[in-house]
Design a protein around this ligand. Structure first.
Ligand SMILES: Nc1ncnc2c1ncn2[C@@H]1O[C@H](COP(=O)(O)OP(=O)(O)OP(=O)(O)O)[C@@H](O)[C@H]1O
Ligand SMILES: [Mg+2]
Length: 255
């Protein structure tokens, strides 16, 4: 059975997509077959993996709302062992359509993932920056959640709300969900602010904070514009090394 992980933080632009895509690519490079489900109408994970326009096979929208077989929505990426299900802007409408389902609206993704035929080691769900029904579906379908946090002054803002959502999902919908870990992104050890923010985050999340931090690295920001994960774009840069280290730590942690 695949281990399903949601990448979530209601705050925008903190590195959810960058971490989801590149951790998945690092794991694929280590022989772990991984599926990225782009669950954000912004479709940034899809473009980072090479699908800029509407995917002809249909997006996660068609899986959720039009009964497209989830297995038929899977697209291979450039990286061996890394597959994805693209998103598109109409996924924004999926949130509304899901909300009109009377019973089980929080479990639609979970049920679709159960129909996966391929043998994946990991399924990574890239969530939108909100705590709406899409994120609740992702959390309900997942064994764990990884929370990327940008090391900046307002880093912890809104996290109480997010922790509350995770707690409610755990109580009512998915008792087995755990916080898999917190990843610090766009990390700059030299910045004055960093130590204070890191201390605060560590106080809040304790041993959930991954040792491996992702540095601010221009290559990580450039790669998506070429539709490439960091290993396809520049496998020797600091960003690529950081995601390799994170992948190793992640594998050790879940063993
Ligand atoms: N370590 C990094 N170094 C430099 N730039 C980064 C790094 N991580 C992410 N970025 C850039 O920061 C921006 C936000 O990152 P990303 O899209 O991963 O965040 P997000 O949390 O998924 O955003 P959203 O909430 O909109 O989905 C992007 O332009 C991305 O390329
Ligand atoms: Mg994103």
């Amino acid at each position: 059975m695949a281990r399903t992980i949601a990448f979530s933080n209601q705050k925008g632009g903190v590195g959810k997509t960058t971490t989801c895509v590149n951790l998945a690519a690092a794991l694929a490079g280590m022989g772990k077959k991984t599926l990225v489900v782009d669950f954000d109408p912004q479709a940034n994970a899809s473009s980072s993996l090479g699908v800029f326009d509407k995917n002809e096979k249909g997006s996660i929208y068609s899986v959720l709302c039009e009964d497209l077989d989830i297995n038929d929505a899977i697209v291979p990426s450039e990286e061996d062992g890394l597959f994805f299900i693209p998103s598109s802007s109409d996924v924004a409408g999926a949130e509304l359509e899901l909300s009109q389902i009377v019973i089980g609206r929080e479990r639609v993704l979970e049920e679709k993932l159960e129909e996966l035929k391929g043998e994946f080691d990991f399924v990574f769900v890239d969530c939108p920056p909100s705590l709406g029904l899409l994120t609740v579906n992702a959390l309900t379908a997942s064994d764990g959640v990884i929370i990327p946090i940008q090391c900046e002054f307002f880093a912890l803002e809104g996290l109480t709300q997010m922790m509350n959502t995770i707690r409610l999902v755990k109580k009512h919908l998915n008792s087995s969900i755990e916080i898999e870990g917190v990843v610090l992104t766009m990390y700059d050890a030299r910045a004055k602010l960093t130590k204070g923010v890191l201390d605060e985050i560590t106080k809040f999340f304790k041993d959930k904070v991954f040792e491996s931090k992702i540095p601010r690295n221009i290559r990580l920001a450039e790669a998506p514009s070429y539709g490439k994960n960091i290993f396809a774009y520049d496998r020797r840069c600091a960003g690529a090394n950081a995601y390799i280290a994170l992948a190793k730590e992640f594998l050790n942690k879940i063993d």
